[in-house]
Design a protein around this ligand. Structure first.
Ligand SMILES: [Zn+2]
Length: 402
């Protein structure tokens, strides 16, 4: 299996010149349990919005910006999704675009230079290229009336809608539909039948090796490299061409050297890299892959959080239940058991009823005392299993009826 990488650039990097993308191993941002996506969908964005709103009050009051508030907001975003930790420059770029949009909306009456001066007061300046007021206003994100982080609120609701319509199995009617039908459903709801680029992700397929592989190949040394590098490849191509014409011939020396060199190739070389731009693209890739693999999730009936469904009848997640030392699955088992523990349908009730029936048989001479003792031990064992949730109550009842 190839190691998968995400190469994350900026949404508008083409116009910003030389911005080097961030390379991250796929599982660091899209782990198999999809915890970060689930966390993002349910994240309370007001936790980042609140310090940010306070931070931006300096624009009105003329006081100095309290950088500590900005740091709190960024820390919150990093807790919401590790993207903001791995792609700090992108996070800074995103915030600066939001700030520029906010200034545009709120201080639109000021002239351009005054707006730019305000921006410089609050900009995240750790990465100077992303804090250039001459270009940032071209990319500013519309700041909404309600939220400074409107962009993230909208993204959260878009992704949640996509997840709900395609892979959330909490609703039994939706759960019963095939992956194809659910995608059609989403396409209809989200795009009113019009093509939506979010439904298809494109990757640039090229025969070029990954940067990692290229780096390793560059370190290879060959005996015929005394001449120019061009000579090496001319010889290689010529010998390879002859081999292709006569495939059962011996491997030529130049090719054998390359074959030998590959024996030390690190596993890291065999990679698939997804080229992405920005946070929304990352989330889109994840949901896209989940839909494609027909992964389903549900909301836990105890804590309400999303979890990946293994079995279709699973209702509880395996997290530690809030305010308890038990897992949600354990609480679920107790609840199901509790429902069955009332009246004569409880395991003990069933046992008592059956005990009387069997005892009556012994008294009538229809069952030996030995057979009764054996039955009793088995019935008690199974009763305890049923109580512990190890044996289905229905199966226990059936066994007693034999
Ligand atoms: Zn739970």
């Amino acid at each position: 299996m190839a190691i998968q990488y995400l190469q994350i650039g900026l949404e508008e990097d083409a116009r910003l010149g030389d911005v080097s993308p961030v390379n991250v191993r796929m599982e660091q941002l899209i782990p198999e349990n999809h915890e970060f996506l689930m966390q993002f969908i349910d994240y309370d964005l007001s936790k980042a919005e609140q310090p940010l709103a306070e931070y931006l009050t300096c624009l009105d009051t003329g006081k100095d910006a309290k950088k500590q508030l900005l740091i709190s907001a960024i820390t919150e975003l990093q807790q919401m999704h590790p993207y903001f930790h791995f792609c700090r420059e992108n996070a800074a770029w995103l915030l600066n675009r939001i700030f520029a949009g906010y200034i545009k909306r709120k201080f639109g009456k000021l002239d351009d230079q005054e707006q730019k001066d305000l921006f410089l007061k609050v900009a995240v300046t750790d990465y100077s290229i992303y804090a250039d007021p001459d270009s940032i206003f071209d990319y500013s994100l519309d700041a909404g009336e309600e939220h400074i982080l409107d962009h993230l609120y909208n993204l959260q609701s878009d992704i949640a809608e996509w997840v709900f319509l395609t892979i959330d199995n909490t609703n039994p009617v939706l759960a019963g539909l095939s992956a194809k039908r659910r995608s059609m459903l989403y396409a209809h709801v989200a795009c009113k039948g019009i093509y939506n680029p979010e439904l298809s992700l494109t990757t640039d397929y090229a025969t070029a090796p990954s940067p990692r592989m290229r780096k390793e190949i560059a370190q290879w040394e060959f005996s015929n490299l005394d001449g120019s590098e061009g000579d090496h490849f001319i010889l290689l191509y010529r010998e390879l061409d002859q081999l292709r014409k006569k495939p059962d011939g011996a491997i030529p020396a130049s090719l054998q050297e390359v074959i030998d060199a590959t024996s030390d190739a690190s596993d890291d070389c065999n990679t698939i890299t997804y080229t992405l731009s920005g946070f929304s693209n990352l989330l889109e890739l994840e949901v896209f892959q989940m839909v494609h693999s027909d992964i389903r999730m549900k909301r836990c009936k105890n804590c309400g959080k999303y979890f990946i469904v293994d079995k279709s009848n699973q209702e509880y997640c395996s997290r530690l239940a809030p305010g308890s030392s038990k897992l949600c699955t354990e609480i679920g088992r107790i609840r199901v058991y509790g429902r069955k523990m009332t009246g004569d349908t409880s395991a003990s009730g069933l046992y008592r009823k059956s005990y009387k029936t069997h005892y009556a048989r012994v008294q009538r001479g229809q069952m030996s005392e030995d057979a009764f003792e054996i039955w009793k031990i088995q019935a008690q064992e199974k009763r305890d299993q049923a109580k512990a949730g190890e044996l289905d109550m229905y199966d226990y009842e059936e066994w007693l009826k034999q």
